[in-house]
Design a protein around this ligand. Structure first.
Ligand code: FES
Length: 317
């Protein structure tokens, strides 16, 4: 991860839903911000000290402000709670330069966007970019629990875009999840971009198995799979130094290694980019990433999200 963090001022903070908050950020001296590419994210240092990735959801060529939206996850690791509860308009936030691991292939002839919940954020910047080019060759399927939990709903129901947007509410019932098969039954030249909870991304991956893989793109920021309520502590042993380190139930291997002074390459910290790929020498991993192929899983692990099924993992570190 880049350590060239710079301060950004919070120009505006606005509740979009009961648990999603928009932050509008600007240069502290009001200077123009860099143009970014659709699907980009920044890493923000939260007041509680942790670093979290947030997709930029504003138009990529708007250099006056950048926007991020944060879902307050009461069961999460505390980063989103700190952002929503502790950051106020006028505050300075330390943020990385933008980076893009979910790049829009703008030469594609058409696009299918599948967003779940807060996963709408990177897709929003893609839609802004396409619309600014006068393009309407996209379809957005946006899955949320209900109307009240749907961020950016007014923007997505505007008369000039509503024909491209399908809002789907499942009322929290898996049996009412969006039926993806009619969307993906017949492969075409469209590129598919999916961002949302793990279950939605797994479904899209299953339903697009007969599509060319280079047309299918995933992003999972905001849907942290690093820890969940039932997780247990386990040990990692670093083969090269012999160090034994306990990974508590509520922290990722990457976070704990970092706290212990180890530098592990990382970027997305959500199991998507492949940066933190680490060789696994022994032990059974609980793989939670979107990167490793089945034939790689016995010998490699993404330490930002994956955990252990065995009591210890021996890593090639
Ligand atoms: S940091 Fe991106 S997969 Fe781990």
């Amino acid at each position: 991860m880049s350590d060239t963090f710079q301060p950004l001022r919070v120009k505006r903070k606005q509740s979009l839903t009961s648990d999603i908050t928009l932050f509008e950020l600007q240069h502290p001296e009001g200077l123009p911000l860099p143009v970014f590419t659709p699907g980009a994210h920044i890493v923000v240092q939260t007041p509680a000290g942790s670093r979290r990735s947030y997709s930029l959801c504003s138009p990529p060529d708007d250099t006056r402000t950048w926007q991020i939206a944060v879902k307050r996850d009461a069961q999460g690791r505390g980063g989103s709670i700190s952002m929503v509860d502790d950051v106020q308009a006028g505050d300075l936030l330390m943020a990385s330069p933008w980076n893009n691991l979910f790049e829009l292939q703008t030469k594609a002839p058409a696009f299918i966007f599948i967003a779940g919940g807060i996963g709408i954020t990177p897709i929003l910047s893609m839609i802004h970019a396409l619309r600014r080019q006068g393009r309407h060759d996209f379809k957005l399927y946006y899955c949320t629990r209900d109307k009240d939990s749907t961020a950016f709903i007014d923007e997505l129901q505007g008369t000039d875009i509503q024909a491209n947007v399908t809002l789907h509410h499942d009322e929290g019932d898996l049996n009412q999840a969006l039926d993806l098969w009619p969307i993906f039954e017949r492969p075409d030249k469209a590129h598919v971009y999916c961002c949302g909870p793990q279950g939605l991304m797994d479904s899209v991956r299953d339903m697009t198995g007969h599509w060319p893989s280079e047309q299918i793109h995933f992003e999972s920021f905001g849907a942290s799979t690093a820890t969940s309520a039932n997780d247990q502590a386990f040990d990692v042993v670093l083969q090269q130094t012999g160090e034994r380190i306990t990974i508590p139930a509520h922290q990722s291997i990457l976070e704990v290694l970092r706290m212990c002074g180890h530098t592990i390459p990382s970027s997305c910290e959500s199991g998507c980019c492949g940066c933190c790929r680490t060789n696994l020498i022994a032990g059974e991993a609980d793989h939670r990433d979107m990167v490793l192929r089945p034939d790689e899983q016995a010998h490699q692990i993404m330490v930002c999200v994956s955990r252990a099924k065995s009591q210890e993992l021996i890593l090639d570190l």
